[in-house]
Write a protein that binds this ligand. Sequence first.
Ligand SMILES: [Mg+2]
Length: 291
Amino acid sequence: MEYEDQVQHVPNPKYDCLLFDVDDTLYPLKSGLSAECTKNIIEYMINKLGMEEDKAPEMCVQLYKDYGTTMAGLKAIGYDFDYDDYHSFVHGQLPYEILKPDPIFKKILQSLPIRKVIFSNANKEHIANVLGRLGLEDCFEGVVCFETLNPLNKTDIPDAKAALELNGSKSSTIRSTVTDFINDSCETNAEFPKTPIVCKPFEDAFELALKIAKINPQRTLFFDDSIRNLQTAKLMGLHTVWVGHSNLTKGVDYALESIHNIKEALPELCEAIEKIEDIHFLEKVAIETSA
Ligand SMILES: [Mg+2]
């Protein structure tokens, strides 16, 4: 089914967009893909950046906590490396084959007649690989990813344009803002060195993503496995769903053990769809009866 065919009209829906993280959200943490990714990051820190073997694992976790991604943290504390080199080392060796097609989730997504957009800190190639393995490559209107948030020319051109890669839609542009990167909402230490990388959970990444994808936060439901990402999302006005967890906490509107339970977070929309389906069924019966 073409993506455009999946977006239909539901009268007065509460949401008009579903915004999804990728890793450990569209597939479960227990798949082990993220653990493999962490191993590769640690290997990169040791082999490429020359960090001490016994300190790299702890540093990897700490930088992730402080900066949203280990990569952003490494840049902040002064390591100089090429983004593409990092991504190809960390993701290039990943065993993507452990992810299996998910026809159940695909069907659910295709049954929800509103916009669906990806918002991930990962790079474009990794996201394409994950979506391809899950069989979900046609289910989203567009992808906001590392390259979208961190266009190569942003430091050279003040009004740098960042494009959202959309399926069948025109790209839009946005002024890139990288100031005030560290903010209080994410409980980070304001004295930490700043990173040049724009990523979740920081507000500027959300501001950029919302503008690029033309998303109204008040009418959007955001799915992520990271509580820090969700808490910033909540501050930005988004409605939030914690994926992979069953307990509600601060910043979380819904908690889902599995993304397969997505309809639990969309009762009004599902009700509206059922009504439409009932009307279509009745119309079909009426036509067949009168024929
Ligand atoms: Mg995630």
